[in-house]
Design a protein around this ligand. Structure first.
Ligand code: NAD
Ligand code: DAU
Length: 350
């Protein structure tokens, strides 16, 4: 593989994937294709922006003409597709944005790839990065495996499910070399503070209420983002065409327990008396259609490709808190302007 287009490379996970590929594979040409929505931020890639094997292209995957021209001009050998609208709460307010980017955008990329790859599918690859939310919700027992049926409940997960189906359909119908991975909740540096962990860190830092939906009983399976980027690297290089891998941390946390641990970690790092931050926890109106529990069984990835998470959640959370406290400027920049507007609309009525 020589030239790889990584979509959504200016976002949270995408920036870690771009950084990993640029640094690990100097022989690859990495093109970061991103629209720079509110979630895209080139500051996430400051440390590698001048590397000779890296380029940024600003563009919208919904714009078919632009995508076709880019693919015709660049003739990429592979696509790693992360660009998406990714926040469940925003999907409840604006479902159509999610259909456009996540479904139509993905089909546009598949069509553009098909146009230039016809006759050489075995030398090319389309890697679609997806989520465990497509499987719906679990009760108290069990885990999502690659065989679990799709049962999405939010407009976000429905749009990701749709995109997964299209990717697999293009493999089955046209023979395109496509792979899909479905990952659990990520956390780590460069995470936009609309998502639970960075939002809570930001609020605790500012002594603002930490909003916990419902009773905080919902369970998520958390994975350090750099472990996800490493899984993507391994799958991209080793998976067989047409396969799917689940990626997860075997690390389930009830939201309220997670936030309690985060408050204790913040107290320690900010030299506050024990219990100070926990006083900020505020229970607010629940998310509509809120999935109760996610848990990923990533045995297939471990057994077939040898991937396992590299750090514990306690280590990862501490590193994450330290990163946010050391990168105040990044946090201040992303939480100014539009973020404040979003925050007020999202939380003032809860
Ligand atoms: P993010 O919201 O942080 O980043 C998304 C990126 O896509 C941004 O840089 C944004 O500018 C770009 N983008 C959005 N619409 C675009 C468009 N129309 N054209 C081009 N670029 C566009 O998202 P993330 O959390 O980094 O997630 C990345 C991918 O991983 C998504 O596909 C998501 O579904 C999937 N995923 C995320 C998680 C998680 O916990 N965050 C877990 C599993 C899977
Ligand atoms: O499971 C993978 C998914 O994880 C990804 O596909 C999504 O892109 C990503 O956003 C994430 O979705 P979640 O909805 O699980 O993440 P979020 O951080 O929004 O919420 C985590 C849990 O915390 C969830 O149960 C809702 C709850 N929550 C969230 C926010 C923002 C709160 O209690 N309060 C909040 O303010």
């Amino acid at each position: 593989m020589k030239k790889i287009i990584i979509t959504g490379g200016a976002g949270f996970i995408g920036s870690h994937v771009v950084r990993r590929f640029v640094k690990t594979y100097p022989q690859y040409d990495i093109i970061n294709l991103d629209k720079l929505t509110y979630a895209g931020n080139l500051a996430n890639l400051k440390d590698i922006e001048n590397e000779p094997n890296y380029r940024f292209v600003k563009g919208d995957i919904v714009d078919l003409e632009f995508i076709n021209n880019l693919f015709a001009e660049e003739q990429p050998d592979a696509v790693i597709h992360l660009a998406a609208e990714s926040h469940v709460d925003r999907s409840i307010t604006n479902p159509l944005d999610f259909v456009m980017t996540n479904v139509v955008g993905t089909v546009n990329l598949l069509n553009a790839a098909r146009n230039i790859w016809k006759g050489r599918y075995s030398e090319t690859r389309f890697y679609h990065v997806s989520t465990d939310e497509v499987y719906g919700t679990l009760g108290e027992d069990g885990m999502f495996t690659e065989q679990t049926g799709y049962d999405p409940h939010s407009p976000y997960s429905a749009s990701k499910a749709g995109s997964d189906h299209f990717v697999r359909a293009y493999h089955d119908t046209y023979g395109i070399d496509a792979i899909v991975s479905n990952c659990s909740n990520n956390y780590g540096s460069f995470h936009f503070p609309e998502k639970l962990i960075p939002l809570a860190i930001n609020n605790i830092k500012q002594n603002k209420p930490v909003p916990v939906y419902g009773k905080g009983e919902n369970i998520r399976d958390w994975l350090w983002v750099e472990d996800h980027a490493r899984a993507i690297d391994v799958i991209f290089h080793k998976a067989k065409a047409g396969t799917t891998y689940n990626i997860g941390g075997h690390n389930e946390w009830k939201n309220i327990d997670l936030i309690t641990l985060l408050c204790a970690t913040m107290d320690k790092k900010l030299n506050r008396p024990e219990g100070t931050s926990a006083k900020l926890i505020t229970f607010v109106t629940d998310r509509a259609g809120h999935d109760l529990r996610y848990a990923i069984d990533s045995t297939k990835l471990k057994n077939e490709l040898g991937w396992v998470p590299s750090i514990t959640f306690e280590e990862g959370l501490e590193k994450t808190v330290e990163w946010y406290l050391e990168n105040e400027e990044w946090l201040d920049n992303v939480t100014s302007g539009h973020y404040q507007q979003y925050y007020n609309t999202q939380y003032n009525h809860r």
